[in-house]
Design a protein around this ligand. Structure first.
Ligand code: 6PG
Length: 260
């Protein structure tokens, strides 16, 4: 694998999306139990898009649901679209529908454990407000980065991750935890964690499924490094574990089938 250097990179190839979701749920449970037993706090950044839906369904049901100490969980988002929280495009709304409403209805978590990006605000204000919430929740000193226990990421067919899209301004933002990002090809504003935050995580897990991701996955994992064109390559953990949880369809163009 000629991609970016990482301390520890794990490529797991599952049969299908449900297999990817199952590996991701197992990772959530394992890391959550470890965090509950050590720090008593499990800080997770959820991803947007459609891939996480299957994961969220598993986390909201036995056995995963019963294995998580939900009172220790603090839920964040890696990014969101600058739309109202009840908009069909909202990553927060997707998480509400597929997981949070279940957790809240059961009393497993409280609203204070849900740290959404306030995307109803103007983009820069939403980014600044989310940064303040991160600094407060992680009790950060000036210049300190939050260390998420787990960051889930997706990847688009263009190699974007979070809302770090090819050749957009957010790729170069390294002095902030969160930034607004205008995406010309979508003609849309987003709010996203920046690379320094993603790269300071203890564990990052990409969830990638579907034949439409095969070409870009091979390019990102086995091609030359070019994070400007393939922003997922900019996720280069400094002292963490990077997981690629992918299905066979997405892995079809990889030079070799390497399963953990
Ligand atoms: C978003 C996501 C984005 C997503 C990829 C993959 O807001 O859309 O954060 O980075 O993870 O676009 O999306 P799919 O899972 O729908 O393929």
């Amino acid at each position: 694998m000629t991609g970016p250097a990482h301390d520890r990179i794990h490529l797991v190839i599952a049969d299908d999306l449900n297999g990817v979701a199952s590996h991701a749920a197992d990772l959530f449970v394992r890391l959550g139990q470890s965090a509950a037993a050590t720090s008593g706090r499990f800080a997770v950044a959820l991803s947007g898009g459609s891939t996480p839906r299957a994961l969220h369904a598993l986390l909201g049901a036995p056995p995963s649901y019963d294995a998580v100490e939900w009172t220790t969980v603090q839920l964040f988002w890696g990014d969101d679209r600058c739309v109202p929280p009840d908009d069909p495009e909202s990553n927060y709304r997707m998480a509400r529908e597929t997981l949070l409403d279940t957790l809240l209805a059961r009393g497993a978590i409280g609203d204070e454990q849900i740290h959404r990006i306030r995307t109803e605000l103007p983009p820069d204000e939403a980014a600044a407000a989310y940064e303040r919430e991160l600094r407060q929740s992680f009790v950060l000193a000036e210049g300190e980065l939050p260390r998420f226990d787990l960051v889930f990421l997706g990847m688009g067919p263009d190699g974007h991750t979070l809302s770090l899209f090819p050749r957009t301004a957010a790729l170069g933002v390294t002095d902030r935890l969160v930034t607004a990002n205008y995406v010309p090809k979508l003609n849309a504003h987003r709010v996203t964690l920046t690379y320094p935050v993603a790269n300071s995580a203890a564990v990052v897990a990409f969830l990638v499924a579907g034949a439409d991701k095969a070409e870009v996955l091979a390019r990102v994992l086995e091609g030359p490094r070019d994070a400007e064109e393939y922003p997922a390559q900019g996720v280069t953990l400094t002292g963490g574990d990077l997981y690629w949880l992918v299905d066979r369809a997405a892995a079809a163009r990889l030079q070799r089938d390497v399963a953990d």
